[in-house]
Every structure is written in C-alpha cells, then in structure tokens.
Design a protein around this ligand. Sequence first.
Ligand code: FPP
Length: 247
Amino acid sequence: MSTIDNRTVPEHVAIIMDGNGRWANARGMPRVVGHRKGVDAVRKTVRAAGDAGVRFLTLFAFSSENWRRPQDEINDLFGLLKTFIRRDLAELHGENVRIRIIGDRANLDDDILVLLLEAEETTRANTALTLVIAFNYGSRDEIARVVRGLARDVEAGRLKADAIDAAMIDGRLDTAGIPDPDLIIRTSGEERLSNFLLWQAAYSELMFVPDLWPDFNRDVFFAALDRYAARERRFGGLSPKALAAGS
Ligand code: FPP
C-alpha cells in the first residue's frame, strides 16, 4: 500500500492497456490468452482506482484502428468485452460504479450495442468511480464527428461559426461532462498516444511504465499515482517558486 495523499490523487486516470500480445507470445500462447489476462488486470485496476479515490478511470479497450487486426482477434476482443459486461455489471453496479462508453457506435452490431446501453443505463445514477470504456474509439474520428455536427448546424443556420469555441467542442465530444485526464498511463514501454484522447490530453501528465498490461496490478497503479503526486502541473502558467522569484 502506498502513501497516497488525497490532495494529489488524480481525478481522472486514463490508461492505454498495451502488451497483451507480447505477454502471450513470451509464454508461447495465443494472443487471446494475453487479452483474457488483460481483463483480469482491468478488474484489479478498477478496484485499485476506486480505493485510491480516483473519480474517473478511462480504459482504451478497442481502437478505431484495431479493425486492421485479424478477424479472429477482433472477435476475441468483442467477445471479452461482452463477457465482461455480462459477468461484472451486477458487481460493478453493487459497488456504485458508473459505466460510460466512448467511441463510435454507428457500425457496431446490435448485440454489443444493447449490452453497452444496458451497462450505461443500469449504472447511470451511480456516484462512486466512473469507469469510461473507450470502445471503437479514435480521437481523430471523435473530433471529425464533432466537426461534422458543427458544420451541419452552421449549414442549417442554427449556429454562427463565430460562436464555436473550445468549450463548445468539449461539450460535443464523446467525453462531454468528463474532466480531462490528469494522468495518462501507457503500459508495455511504448511511448505514444496512438490516437487516444488527443484533444483531452492537452495538459495531461503522461506516464510510460514497462509492465505489460496483463501484469498491471494494484501495486503498479499505486506506484504510478505516487510518481504523479511528485509532478508539478503548471497548465501553461508558472510554478509557485518561479512566481515568488519574479515578484
Ligand atoms: C493492447 O495489447 C491491448 C488491446 C488492443 C486490447 C485491450 C483489451 C482488453 C484488455 C480486454 C477487454 C477490455 C475490457 C475493458 C473488458 P496488444 O494486443 O496490442 O499487445 P501487443 O502490442 O503486445 O501485441
């Protein structure tokens, strides 16, 4: 257990869960085994985030670019999300966890759409941790959908182009109402954002940890929160020290 100080716990942690395939390969197992182990890591992380006092936890479960993977692996990933919702929804609801899904739902099959809606509707009034699952999500796609909506409103005369500002864009993103991530963690040692929350990450602290996602657990999560607590966030301004020196 770490020495987490409530004042420095990030309100919103977002995670790029990377390394399932490598975890399985290293053990001579099929990639799906890594994804299955990844779901166990999801469960541990949801519990750890709730215990730490994190308010929003966003997990990148399927990207709009993951359609480039072999069909079998796509089926596995869809199957794992469906199973996760079927098996864990009641327990998460019992723990007062709210579920939100971000990403494009336009071309998803009805069976998964029904489950995603059920998860959101069942937990809508919950007030503990909000678990945001990014599914069929890509940041550029999300922003393009917002821009199309704004263009339609301008075209129809409902909106003046000059009225468009950052707050209006924020309010039309899939993440509307969710604060920007304070901390974005990527596992497996890769150091990039891969089209994840590009708009929302403007001032996020980025953290890259070597652990493969199936090995991610409470200790790794709390260690990341400790490292976050030691960072100084300035949001484009000056540090208190620099301000004092300048006055
Ligand atoms: C990246 O590892 C991981 C994914 C593309 C999928 C993450 C999905 C899960 C953990 C399971 C379903 C999620 C939920 C919320 C129930 P990779 O396959 O790219 O690994 P590699 O880079 O080592 O090949």
